[in-house]
Design a protein around this ligand. Sequence first.
Ligand SMILES: Nc1ncnc2c1ncn2[C@@H]1O[C@H](COP(=O)(O)OP(=O)(O)O)[C@@H](O)[C@H]1O
Ligand SMILES: [Mg+2]
Length: 370
Amino acid sequence: MSIRRKMFAAMAVMVVLICSTFIQLSVEFLADRFDRYVAAVGIEQWTAADVAGLKSHLLRAMAFGSTGGAIFTGLIGLLIGYILIRTFTKPLQRLIPAIQKVADNDFSFQLNASTNDEFGQLTEAFNVMTRRLGQAEQARTRLVADVAHELRTPLAIMQSRLEVIQEAGQAVRPEVLLPLQDELARLTGLVDDLHQLTLAEAGQLPLRRQETELSELVQKVADILHPAALERQVKVSLSFEATRSVASVDPRRIVQVFYNLLSNAIRHSSPGGTVTIRMTDSEQQKGSRRRAETPCVSITIADTGGGIPADELPFVFNRFYRVGEARSRHAGGTGLGLAIAKEFVEAHGGRITVQSDVGKGTEFVVFLPV
Ligand SMILES: Nc1ncnc2c1ncn2[C@@H]1O[C@H](COP(=O)(O)OP(=O)(O)O)[C@@H](O)[C@H]1O
Ligand SMILES: [Mg+2]
């Protein structure tokens, strides 16, 4: 039962109880006075003065009785009110120290929802809130640790290079500066990526949408990465089979998505391998409740590389997650590429999936609404 109904029922019971007690007490008191008066005066020889006397006696008795009755029932009312207030504010008193703990950044505990009313709902909402706050706090701590870890290596390299340059005390040769520039570029890229990713995760990624022919966009990315594919002796084959491929997207973001996916595919292919990009019509289920299907285009990027082990596959979209040897190797990416791809695609109302067989290859599919 809701607190409002409980209160209302309690008040109704209280009013009935108080009124009936009051009336009963007054009537009994009056009857008693009347009997006593009649017994004292003797009713046979009544005069007009006796009747007037009875009247004033009864009036006095009534004033006295109702004062006593009011005090008595008032006390009962106060007692009942006190019990009611105690009952209704008890859960609040459990909540107050809990809120104070949250204010002190302690999100670790949960309240027991003991009642089925508004306080129960409040407790439940409070528990959800502290859980979310706890997760957000954990994510924040982990992010700071990850960023610090990622920054440390390039910074250390730059520092040692600078020391060498300083100790040499000579004019600086370009080839000494080159690794410094590389590390600087890496750091700048990392900071930019992190910035974009944080914006996307907060749902604040600015999107400059425009009607874009996706096949042209994919072709552009393939052209940009053509030298890299040549260098690794990887063949990139494209096939555009979609009938609808114009989508309202932010071309810069979607180029970034395909750049990240295709550069991964090329990097993880062995020489002589093939990366296949295929664009087809597709349908995407919009949410689980509404079974509405939105027309989509699907872009598959499949490689014949080493693949990703099944137990690592669920984590590849996590930020800073790197598979196998990439984890320890300083060279290569930062582990942000797939996280960014996923966030960007989802910001456009699409989704991205991955399938992989170790030894056979990996296949990423991007679905975008058209
Ligand atoms: N096509 C692929 N084939 C095999 N492994 C891949 C492929 N794409 C991504 N991975 C693995 O997933 C991890 C995460 O990828 P990504 O987020 O792009 O990070 P990175 O910056 O290391 O490229 C990489 O460390 C890589 O090992
Ligand atoms: Mg990558």
